[in-house]
Design a protein around this ligand. Sequence first.
Ligand SMILES: Cc1ncc(COP(=O)(O)O)c(C=O)c1O
Length: 409
Amino acid sequence: MSFDPARLRAEFPILARTVHGQSLHYLDNGATAQMPRAVLERIVRHESESRANVLRGVHALAEAATEAFEAARATLARYIGAGNADEVVFTNGTTSAINLVAHGFGNNLAAGDEVVVSALEHHSNIVPWQMLRDRRGVVLKVLPVTAEGRIDMTALERVIGPRCRLVAITHCSNVTGAITDVGRIAAAARAVGAALLLDGAQVVPHGPVDVAALGADFYAFSGHKMYGPNGIGVLWGRRERLAAMAPLLGGGEMIRSVSFAETTYADAPHRFEAGTPPIAQAVGMAAAAEWILAQDREGWAAHERRLTGRILDGLALRDGVRVIGPLGLQGRAPVVSFAVAGAHPHDICEVLDQSHGVALRGGHHCAQPLMELLGVSGTTRASLGPYNDDGDVDALLRGLDHALQLLRR
Ligand SMILES: Cc1ncc(COP(=O)(O)O)c(C=O)c1O
């Protein structure tokens, strides 16, 4: 099996479309990646052949739907190295996975207990903890970042103290692309008996992970960033951690028994999946994981790395363009943010979209505290997938030159 980006690109029907009369250069994979035909077809097949509600049905379609749903759980458990599929809770995405922990784990905390995040976090790993702080008097502490856009490891001992109960950090920044050195943070959390939650939204799209080896207690990620559908995500939690958590939502499917006097809850994962779950989405997310596993991932990583290097080199050559994040390829994902003196990211994105067919993201990327720290109002971000090619990078750099010419006059 060898890596052939052109063959792989042909698996994504949407990449054949044009935008504003030009070829599409899709470089917004960090926000939402596209779905290959294998995933699209799996969803259609499920909806065409096995659509029904799950768990309680006693007919053929309900059994087929339940089987597909639980098989999807098992596939995703394998994808992240979970020992047991019961540790995989289906959620709507990374955001709802983190909220689930902020509620269930958070409600076991007392006033004065500490939760540690980093200054790199996406709002979805900040706001749930602020809500917990307001609810329970928990103290929220923040690990600083280095000038390179990485978590500052020299601050670990100072920030992660004896009252720390949870360290909740990103496995990879959606702004700087920096991949977190989890080992050191896991050791610091373990040293004070704190749990570790990793936001894996920007990591799982690039290949499987091993949650046990990472030393995590919770791992959150989204389907739509890993070539699967939206409206689906996963919270992985160690069995004993999930067992100690109260559910966030109450309703059907999450109970053991209900009476007006008393209701008892099912065990994880169903305890956290009240109501009809996103069934076809779960099936599609598992198909996406299988699709990733079937690729030549070494070739894929080398390809994304080479293109990331081309973008970084290209940006370095342009006056007034500052890369926000590591300048080298070591320990970084193919997510490249940059700021341009005298030009707003939204304007840059608009020129690239309308005149060059390049889809980028511009703004604060749901990381306003980081923007403030970096002294920028926003950045322009290019984020790669395996289907991107040299033509996409050429279009990005050509479009950027055009934008610089127009906007900095
Ligand atoms: C690092 C990170 N965390 C969390 C999220 C939120 O993911 P979702 O909107 O799928 O819940 C994102 C999405 O951009 C992200 O990049």
